[in-house]
Design a protein around this ligand. Structure first.
Ligand code: FAD
Length: 332
């Protein structure tokens, strides 16, 4: 898989809180900044590389207890997120089955509040345990303090680069039957299964199929290119903007958020602005399977960001809608 970005000066894998503290002291002594990563699936370092310390969370402790119909899980940040999803499915716990196959780690999941097919991880988060990179001080943030939003949290804004997420405490409940909020998933399930046959496993398998069709399972099928998944966040628009689009097109896909706000698929805007699936410009382009995924065939970050800017400009000048970039584009 073609990756983007240059080398880092130091790369440290931390397996314990003691390792984290040592790495912080090391970076301070060398007067270098720290960048925390998990699986590196949603981050774009510059082509010149990173002149600091990249800290990879490899902590892997896992603990759980049942309290009545609730299950409290404490999972270290280095655990692969999809392994947690699989564990909940085996245990018959609902809440993150629709997040099956999302790449990355538990520690990164709260950062952009990973979500898909009608679920988001904040629905089941209770606490986030962090260490402040400047001081080495540990803290526990309650869910409300994380200010979760759509693909958003305080870790992407006010606390950007401030903390390393050590572990996350989740609260799951027993799966009590399907509640499918997301139409494409519902129509897939109901066209393939009888309602009484739908369980956590069938949902996971349905999502595998849907993701494969969109080239959203890296390393599988023909998805052999570098990608961070969705490159832009699906934008929110008001009623006037939606009506303006509806006057121009019969088929404007949208999802009501209430209070006169709507979410529109960025992929639809991108295609209508003239960038089709499979578009290629040098060594970067758009996935042949999904217009929201920019891909690299061995290109540079600069090439990729140029393409992203061209897409943003085209969507803005055609529709007056600003597309926000989803992955972390590291500025140093
Ligand atoms: C093919 C593909 C499909 C995807 N599909 C989805 C999807 O459906 N829904 C969705 O929401 N996302 C999706 N993503 C994005 C990605 O899976 C998530 O953002 C994931 O949480 C990234 O995890 P990671 O461990 O790789 O994080 P990284 O890429 O390593 O880091 C991402 C960000 O989190 C920060 N970070 C990572 N770990 C920590 C930590 N322990 N403490 C503090 N900060 C940390 C980094 O500094 C960076 O800002 C997809 C990505 C790909 C490649």
């Amino acid at each position: 898989m073609a990756r983007i970005g240059g080398p880092t000066r130091y790369f440290v894998e931390v397996e314990s809180e003691e390792d984290v503290r040592e790495a912080i002291v090391f970076a301070k002594e060398k007067k270098l900044s720290i960048k925390v990563i998990g699986g590196g699936s949603n981050i774009l370092f510059s082509d010149e590389g990173f002149d600091g310390v990249v800290l990879k969370n490899c902590m892997g402790k896992f603990d759980y207890s049942f309290e009545g119909d609730k299950c409290i899980v404490t999972a270290d940040g280095g655990i692969v997120f999809d392994e947690l999803v699989q564990w909940t499915i085996i245990k018959g716990l609902g809440g993150i089955e629709c997040l099956s196959w999302i790449p990355g780690t538990v520690g990164a999941a709260p950062v952009q509040n990973v979500g898909a097919y009608g679920q988001q991880v904040s629905d089941v988060i209770k606490e986030v345990w962090v260490v402040e990179l400047e001081t080495g001080r540990m803290d526990i943030l309650e869910k409300r303090e994380c200010q979760f939003g759509y693909r958003d949290s305080i870790f992407k804004r006010d606390f950007y680069g401030k903390y390393m997420i050590l572990r996350v405490v989740f609260e799951f409940r027993k799966f009590e039957g399907v509640r499918i909020d997301y139409k494409p998933l519902a129509s897939y399930l109901f066209s393939h299964y009888e309602p009484w046959d739908i369980d956590l496993n069938t949902i996971r398998m349905a999502i595998f199929d849907l993701r494969m069709r969109k080239g959203m399972i890296p390393g599988l099928g023909e998805c052999d290119f570098g990608t961070v998944g969705s490159f832009f966040i699906n934008p929110e628009v008001n009623e006037d903007k939606l009506n303006y689009l509806k006057n121009r097109y019969d088929d404007v896909p949208n999802y009501s958020l209430g209070k006169g706000r709507y979410r529109i698929p960025a992929a639809w805007l991108i295609e209508k602005a003239g960038f089709s699936k499979g578009y290629r410009c040098g060594n970067v382009g758009i996935s042949p399977y999904h217009a929201l995924a920019l891909i690299s065939y061995g290109g540079t970050r600069k090439e990729l960001m140029n393409l992203a800017c061209r897409i943003q400009d085209a969507v803005w000048s055609n529709f007056g809608v600003r597309l926000e970039i989803e992955p972390d584009v590291v500025q140093e």
